[in-house]
Design a protein around this ligand. Structure first.
Ligand SMILES: [Zn+2]
Ligand SMILES: [Zn+2]
Length: 346
């Protein structure tokens, strides 16, 4: 075991504080990564505050990890010391079920191993990216292309793939009309990626406050959902809506914005169950769907796509002692658009 400096929540809802954790020794197929940057995802806050159920403490959050390989195990074939790499939301899966074999490890039959707040396949707790170092099996490590800064690449490992995967799955591209619902950490990545894929992109945000940013990032249109006229004007418009919102929504209203056979894909999750009138999907054969991150191969495809289109996240770089304040600002939607921790300050 190696002792590593980290930031952890000692208990549910407690502020994060500097501490140390133990990382496993580098095994046959492991890569040791000097973490340089770690994004702050809304999920980190849900988990630390146990918004999604019981959690494991102390908790080192962080599943938007970018760094440099510092050591490799003897069986590692894909990475070498000095490589620029990333780790996202999972660090393992069963590798044998149909989903794992098909490259959709996030839907592994026995459950993927989350990067933090989980037990690994040996029953040891996993600790995430708010730390100086992490050890991960090479099959769950991504390569970050040279043209992407590690700081703006970190958020791609969750926010990037979470929006890229549904945009690809439901065919965003030239000739399609795509709406991105919510203009936060996920939403701003959705706008950039949907635009780069060639879709006509509309942002649906509560207000027009971030309109200039959205248009700069590639949106063609920008509407306020607080304005009831928006729903009249856009009725039956979109082939695909990707909802990044984690507040409860009036699903019937949003489904009415879809063309027949269009899809509303959810990547944001409210803590409470939602309800809808099923005629909203029966009429027009519309789809209500969900999507969770993406597989390892698709995550690499997303990183290469983003590098090819010059797409990184819009970030506010912070020192580790600013994490707790950053959480408060995320909760009040006061971030443009992703906080990234400079892990040298841990
Ligand atoms: Zn995330
Ligand atoms: Zn599996």
């Amino acid at each position: 075991m190696t002792t590593v400096a980290a930031y952890a929540a000692p208990a549910a809802k407690a502020p994060l504080e500097r501490t140390t954790i133990e990382r496993r020794e580098v095994g046959e197929h492991d890569v040791s990564i000097d973490i340089r940057f770690a994004g702050i995802c809304h999920t980190d806050i849900h988990q630390v505050r146990e918004g999604w159920g019981d959690a494991i403490f102390p908790m080192v959050p962080g599943h938007e990890i970018a760094g440099v390989v510092s050591e490799v195990g003897p069986g590692v074939t894909r990475f070498a010391v000095g490589d620029r790499v990333g780790v996202g939301c999972m660090v393992d899966s069963c590798r044998e079920c149909d989903h794992c074999r098909a490259g959709r490890e996030q839907y592994c039959d026995s459950g993927m191993t989350d990067t933090y707040n989980a037990l690994d396949r040996n029953g040891q707790p996993t600790y995430g990216g708010y730390a100086r170092r992490i050890v991960v099996d090479e099959n769950y490590v991504l390569r970050i292309p040279d043209s992407l800064g590690l700081d703006v690449a970190a958020p791609l490992l969750c926010a990037g793939i979470t929006t890229y995967s549904p945009l690809r799955r439901w065919g965003a591209g030239p000739g399609t009309k795509v709406a991105i619902l919510g203009m936060g950490g996920l939403g701003h990545m959705g706008v950039k990626i949907a635009h780069a894929l060639g879709a006509e992109v509309t942002v649906l945000s509560q207000s027009l406050r971030k309109r200039d940013d959205g248009l700069k990032m590639g949106a063609d249109h920008y509407y306020a959902t607080a304005d009831p006229k928006t729903f009249d004007e856009l009725r039956g418009t979109f082939d695909l809506i990707v909802s990044t919102v984690s507040a409860p929504l009036n699903l019937d209203s949003y489904l009415s914005l879809l063309r027949p056979e269009g899809t509303l894909a959810n990547v944001g999750a409210p803590e409470e169950p939602v309800s809808l009138n099923l005629f909203s999907v029966i009429g027009g054969g519309r789809g209500l769907a969900g999507s969770m991150i993406g597989g390892i191969a698709e995550t690499q495809e997303m990183l290469d796509f983003c590098a090819g289109h010059g797409i990184g996240a819009e970030i506010e770089l912070i020192a580790a002692d600013g994490i707790n304040e950053a959480y408060e600002r995320v909760m009040s939607s006061d971030v443009r658009y992703r906080f990234v921790i400079d892990t040298a300050t841990i």
